[in-house]
Unconditional design. Structure first.
Length: 284
């Protein structure tokens, strides 16, 4: 009887070992979830707007979207859901992108080295967007969805000279190409449509003149420049219009020389019934 019991014991050990072996084989056959890269989504800038930047922290409203850059056949008939800024955006099955719309982003610009050209210098900044959104795939386990590192590039134009922001009035600053034959004196004048001259600061130096619109009555005005150059050569110029709320408008132009007055921009000043003043600046 002891011999039979010993055989029973040996048989039980063999059965346990067999099941343990099968269990180990099954575990080895299941790949870790990190190796099952099924969906890669990247953010992108849909349309670049003109951004006026400054050294340091900047904010800009840009239109962004999300795009599938890898999509496994395992998920071909499933929607991809992107959660961004508290909202869900869906890339339907068979499509590869969705546009989120305008969103505000913050980015940093390093101070430009050397002299900044009169018409500014374009600088770029990359924003890491990976942590700003989450991805899920319809009817699929979330642990199989892997995000690729994603960033967007924002470009901005940085200028060396900008007029100040002044409450209740609009400021103009004029700069020009120092490589053109502009001499050292370009005067900026503000006139209304009948030719009456208002604010005139006179020549400041070789880079700026400022005209202000504050106590002038409601009217249509022109901002003129008088290039006192030594020839009739074309002079590349740029005028900045800084509004009371900090909104900046930039206008580029070519001027002719030899003391010829050139109209830079047209300004309409209007006051509503509540006393709020608005300025509309245009250029031909």
């Amino acid at each position: 009887m002891k011999t039979i019991n010993n055989y029973k014991y040996i048989l039980m050990l063999a059965v346990v070992a067999l099941f343990a072996s099968c269990s180990e084989d099954d575990d080895a056959a299941v790949a870790p979830a990190s190796n099952n890269i099924q969906v890669i989504v990247e953010s992108f800038v849909n349309s670049q707007v003109e951004i006026i930047g400054q050294a340091g922290t900047n904010n800009a409203n840009i239109e962004i979207g999300f795009r599938l850059t890898e999509y496994s056949t395992t998920y071909r008939d499933s929607d991809v859901i992107i959660t961004y800024d508290g909202n869900d955006y869906v890339i339907p099955a068979g499509e590869d992108e969705v546009i989120v719309g305008m969103t505000n982003v913050e980015f940093e610009l390093d101070a430009p080295g050397g002299n900044v050209p009169y018409n500014g210098i374009t600088m770029s900044s990359q924003i890491d967007f990976t942590g700003n959104f989450e991805v899920a795939v319809d009817s699929r386990p979330s642990d199989l969805v892997v995000l690729k590192s994603s960033s967007i590039t924002v470009s901005a134009t940085v200028y060396g000279q900008l007029p100040p922001v002044t409450d209740g009035q609009i400021n103009f600053l004029f700069d020009w190409n120092p490589n053109d034959d502009a001499g050292n004196d370009l005067d900026l004048r503000l006139r209304n449509d009948d030719g009456t001259q208002f604010d005139y600061s006179g020549s400041v130096s070789n880079y700026e003149d400022v005209a202000l619109l504050n106590s002038s009555p409601d009217d249509d005005y022109v901002v003129n420049a008088d290039p006192w150059s030594t020839s009739s050569a074309s002079i590349g110029g740029i005028v900045f219009a800084m509004h009371p709320d900090g909104t900046l408008e930039v206008f580029e132009m070519d001027l002719s020389g030899i003391n010829s007055e050139t109209t830079l921009v047209y300004v309409n000043k209007a006051t509503d019934m509540d006393g709020n003043v608005t300025y509309t600046v245009t250029q031909d």
